[in-house]
Design a protein around this ligand. Structure first.
Ligand SMILES: C[S@@+](CC[C@H](N)C(=O)[O-])C[C@H]1O[C@@H](n2cnc3c(N)ncnc32)[C@H](O)[C@@H]1O
Length: 286
């Protein structure tokens, strides 16, 4: 599927190279700490063994790619694939610093990239919710797998089950409008939130043995940052910042104030903010 520009996922390619990519690069350490626990759970769900070849789709700044490379060892290999050049630059730099010889990165769209069927595992940590055409994208990722290969990824359940995102959005809505996505399934963090729909997408793409396991956990917002840092983090990375756009300073201040109050209600004794989240760990076989 292509959009009006004739290029699949053109809007997402623009977004992750211009607006979001540089922000994720700036906040990489906080994001990795925030997602650390879910990351371990998702990587474990791959069942990847020493010697396996693993494709990490939407690998971003590379945290899960590096974790998978350590898991498959020197006899294995890991390829991180993403559409965001700035995020891949950081991923490459991290692999170089860790002197990992079994990791490479590719800048490509997982929906249309021509794969050879030479991976044991296709994995993703929150990188498969952004496709124009999810069935085509998952069918294409399936083509990257050898016979007997496996898919494992982690994605968010619906926003209603993810207060870490809905609470700041609700606070901001008191002062501004935030455009709703065209549908709850539109490309974005919650696009695969409906478990039955996601199961159907994978089945249509040709996958078998599809399983979804719900995982509820408290996310350390900004990786355990204090209240002020957590507010800046939420303002910079969420849908609120996009909607604020050119908003006048008074609106920005009011939004920041109310988000601060909303987050403060989730502050623990150590000063960090922990907020509830619900994700799916999805596994399937080729
Ligand atoms: C929410 S971020 C997650 C990044 C990383 N996996 C992590 O957990 O830190 C989503 C990632 O998916 C990538 N992405 C979005 N659409 C993609 C596509 N069609 N092909 C490959 N990567 C894509 C984005 O560039 C971004 O790096």
């Amino acid at each position: 599927m292509t959009n009006q520009t004739g290029v699949a996922n053109a809007e997402q390619i623009k977004f992750w190279n211009s607006v979001a990519g540089p922000r994720w690069v700036r906040r990489q350490q906080m994001l990795d700490l925030q997602l650390a626990q879910l990351s371990v759970t998702a990587v474990d769900a791959t069942g990847a063994r020493a010697g396996d070849a693993v494709l990490d789709v939407g690998c971003g700044c590379g945290a899960s790619t590096l974790a998978l490379a350590a898991r498959v060892g020197e006899r294995g290999r890991t390829v991180g694939l993403d559409i965001s050049a700035p995020m891949l630059d950081l991923a490459c730099e991290r692999a170089r610093k860790e002197k990992l010889g079994n990791v490479t990165f590719e800048c490509a769209d997982a929906q249309v990239h021509p794969f050879a069927a030479d991976f044991d595992v296709v994995f993703s940590r929150f990188g498969v919710m952004f496709f124009d055409d999810p069935v085509a994208a998952f069918a294409n990722m399936r083509s990257a797998l050898r016979d007997g290969g496996r898919l494992a990824f982690v994605c968010w359940q619906p926003i209603q089950k993810n207060p870490w995102m809905s609470v700041p959005v609700m606070a901001a809505l008191r002062h501004m409008t935030i455009p709703l996505p065209a549908s709850p399934h539109a490309p974005g963090p919650f696009a695969l939130g409906d478990g039955e729909r996601t199961r159907g997408i994978l089945a249509q793409a040709g996958f078998r043995d599809i399983e979804l396991r719900g995982v509820d956990s408290d996310l350390p917002i900004g990786g355990g940052a204090d209240l002020d840092e957590a507010v800046n983090f939420v303002l910079e990375l969420g849908p609120v910042e996009r909607a604020l756009g050119e908003a006048p300073p008074a609106t920005r201040e009011a939004v920041a104030h109310d988000i601060r109050e909303a987050l403060a209600a989730h502050q623990g004794p150590d000063g960090g903010i922990r907020m509830a989240s619900s994700a799916w760990i999805v596994t399937a076989s080729r």
